[in-house]
Design a protein around this ligand. Structure first.
Ligand code: HEC
Ligand code: HEC
Ligand code: HEC
Ligand code: HEC
Length: 188
């Protein structure tokens, strides 16, 4: 590369990284398998929640009665329907997120990152890791970790755009829908 070209590329990289829109989009999704390696208890407990299995609802024949009532076609395959995928997969349409069942089978259902934030950067080993157990949470929040999970986070999906929307009582749903609270060992 010529010097001029190198300088231009560098300038472009800086301007890009400094733009807030890019910063937000630069946190990519990695999928629950990555988290499982260090958070087996949370993973196991999450696997038993209905959100973990929520992709299956898009298959033909699944929840046929409920679909009929909602005026959807119970015989139709909704597993490639962009409207449904936004709420039944992980990171749909975002960097590293769900694309299709064939190309990103590990990103089906509502996984960890839909509540905790896209982990592409905050799980890098200089950030959240077994060699940096005493990271400062505030630093990870700047890198995409959701600082405090509030009702708003859930309402990204639990809202009237869902054909099956039911009133959303945060505390009640949190108790049965996330995973048990396993206390952290370190202060962050
Ligand atoms: C290489 C190991 C590793 C990986 C991979 C990893 N974590 Fe962690 N995570 C940790 C450690 C260590 C802690 C601190 C545990 C403690 O203090 O007991 C932690 C803490 C957390 C916390 C608590 C944050 C806080 O300080 O309140 C959340 C939430 C979390 N991880 C989510 C995730 C998610 C989601 C993923 C996958 C996208 C993930 N982790 C991947 C090691 C990892
Ligand atoms: C805005 C987010 C959102 C969209 C869009 C969405 N869903 Fe859902 N879906 C949800 C949520 C949240 C629930 C759980 C409802 C509850 O318990 O409050 C759900 C529940 C369901 C259920 C279970 C219903 C039952 O009572 O058994 C089926 C089936 C389903 N969705 C299929 C679909 C299909 C098919 C589409 C596309 C046509 C779709 N969803 C679009 C968020 C969404
Ligand atoms: C539906 C949302 C949701 C999903 C999905 C989810 N979590 Fe959580 N997670 C929570 C909530 C809520 C808490 C409690 C802490 C809080 O309120 O911020 C929590 C807490 C944690 C903690 C910290 C425990 C503590 O003492 O604070 C870890 C670690 C964690 N989750 C990892 C995971 C991993 C790994 C996955 C996926 C295998 C996952 N979570 C999936 C909502 C979720
Ligand atoms: C990315 C979309 C998405 C997000 C974010 C999300 N959910 Fe869900 N949730 C769903 C879908 C889809 C279902 C349908 C699963 C089913 O009916 O089998 C569901 C089902 C549930 C259920 C099972 C239905 C029931 O009442 O037993 C609970 C509980 C729940 N969610 C709680 C939460 C909580 C609490 C949060 C926030 C901390 C949250 N959800 C965030 C998409 C989401």
């Amino acid at each position: 590369m010529t010097n001029l070209l190198r300088k231009l590329t560098w300038l472009l990289a800086i301007t890009w990284a400094a733009s807030p829109a890019f910063a937000a989009d630069s946190f990519s999704y990695v999928g629950a398998k990555k988290c499982k390696a260090c958070h087996l208890k949370e993973f196991t407990s999450w696997s038993e929640t209905r959100m973990a299995k929520s992709f299956e609802l898009l298959q033909p024949g699944a929840s046929a009665e409920a679909k009929k009532k909602a005026k959807l076609d119970p015989g139709k395959d909704y597993t490639a329907d962009p409207v449904c995928l936004a709420c039944h997969t992980t990171g749909y349409g975002k960097p590293g997120g769900f694309v299709s069942l064939a190309s990103t089978p590990d990103l089906v259902g509502v996984q960890c990152e839909m509540c905790h934030g896209p982990g592409g950067t905050f799980t890098q080993k200089e950030n959240m890791s077994l060699t940096n157990k005493e990271y400062k949470k505030a630093d990870l929040v700047k890198l995409g970790l959701v600082g405090e999970i509030t009702k708003t986070q859930c309402e990204n999906c639990h809202n009237p755009k869902s054909p099956f929307y039911k009133e959303f009582k945060f505390e009640e749903r949190k108790a049965k829908g996330t995973h048990e609270k396993f206390p952290l060992k370190f202060k962050h």
